[in-house]
Write a protein that binds this ligand. Structure first.
Ligand SMILES: CC(C)(COP(=O)(O)OP(=O)(O)OC[C@H]1O[C@@H](n2cnc3c(N)ncnc32)[C@H](O)[C@@H]1OP(=O)(O)O)[C@@H](O)C(=O)NCCC(=O)NCCS
Length: 329
């Protein structure tokens, strides 16, 4: 089988971007009924308005003019400059013909030229099963260094269960916002976001936690707002105003799912059910203000017992297993 033609994608060429996204979508959704993929508008916004903190490279593999495979390389510009994040997809009907290997070789040359010595990539396995991606990555020398479960639940939640789980934690009030964090909460929100980056389990991934400062938060709020509605609930201790935790839900503006992103309870506020209260608060907003949302998804390390148990009680059920695969030169 001859090699496919590999080329850079011009991210300002909407037709090329749509063809690239179509190939990625065919791969992502193959045999994964609850797979999630960023929408074409979200991809377009992210590559056409790039962040100063990240360099993103898209490659397409073509056979007879058709995009049969995709590769994406993400290179952080401000921290973890030894690290390259990689994702490769091949259309199901074009697999086992060397396209994935050719894409890997092309991105590997780019990351080496950029001085990156650790490569990580995500892949999904069905519960109790395997997938081509694992064989592919293993053949290339990658090993699994961290796993998370992808969990999902239908919306609206069962009202009786939701009611039973919605308990106010004495001594706290819930504050919520949509989109940009209001000025009066920004300092506390930044310290909670940074605590989240320190506390979230990441297994043996060879990366240092990212430190978010005001400029980076503002950049991320602006960029996220192009494609997602962000809903945040935070718990404030009434006695002294201290912020005890937060939970974030993202709603892609161009589809009908909801993503349960960060949930953190600050160390000295743990053990009284704030995590569940925060999740119930964002769920209630999603159901009241965005009734078109049919499902909510999240990702949790099962070894993270407190968060995992909260998610199962909340109504989430495991869908598939995410593996972070890594290779160090
Ligand atoms: C993983 C994936 C990209 C492979 O693409 P591909 O074009 O089929 O890969 P190649 O034909 O270049 O295979 C290269 C090597 O990977 C291994 N491999 C790939 N698919 C395999 C499978 N189904 N079973 C066993 N080994 C496999 C083999 O060693 C193969 O070499 P060989 O054909 O000489 O034996 C493709 O299956 C895919 O898109 N999967 C979903 C997304 C994903 O998991 N991506 C990887 C993580 S970023």
């Amino acid at each position: 089988m001859s090699a496919p033609t590999i080329s850079f994608v011009d991210v300002h060429d909407d037709v090329a971007l749509a063809a690239w996204h179509g190939a990625e979508s065919a791969s992502v959704n193959h045999e994964r009924p609850l797979a999630l993929q960023r929408s074409l508008p979200a991809l377009t916004a992210s590559v056409q308005h790039p962040s100063a903190f990240v360099r993103r490279v898209l490659l397409a593999a073509r056979r007879d003019g058709e995009v049969v495979g995709t590769a994406e390389l993400v290179l952080s510009q401000t921290e973890n400059e030894h690290l390259a994040e990689l994702e490769i997809h091949v259309r199901p009907e074009h697999r086992r013909r060397g396209t994935g290997a050719a894409l890997h070789q092309a991105v590997d040359e780019i990351r080496r030229a950029d001085g990156r010595t650790t490569v990580i990539g995500e892949l999904y396995l069905p519960l109790g099963g395997s997938a081509a991606g694992l064989d592919f990555a293993t053949a290339l020398g990658f090993t699994s260094v961290h796993t998370e479960e992808h969990l999902a639940m239908r919306l609206p939640a069962d009202p009786i269960t939701a009611d039973l789980l919605t308990r106010e934690v004495p001594g706290y009030e819930i504050v919520t916002w949509t989109g940009r964090c209001p000025d009066e909460h920004r300092a506390a929100y930044l310290s909670m976001r940074n605590q989240m980056n320190l506390d979230v389990p990441t297994g043996q991934i060879d990366a240092t936690p990212v430190v978010i400062h005001e400029a980076r938060l503002a950049d991320s709020e602006l960029r996220t707002a192009r494609s997602y509605i962000t809903i945040v609930a935070a718990a404030r201790r009434v006695a002294d105003g201290a912020m005890g935790g937060y939970s974030v839900v993202l709603l892609d503006r161009s589809d009908h799912v909801a993503l349960q992103d960060d949930t953190l309870v600050m160390p000295e506020h743990r053990g009284s059910g704030l995590g569940m209260q925060l999740k119930q608060a964002t769920r209630a907003i999603v159901e009241a203000e965005h009734p078109e949302r049919q499902a909510i998804h999240t990702w949790t390390d099962p070894a993270n017992a407190a968060m995992y148990r909260t998610n199962i009680s909340f109504g989430f059920a495991p869908v598939e297993i995410l593996h972070e695969m890594q290779r160090v030169d």
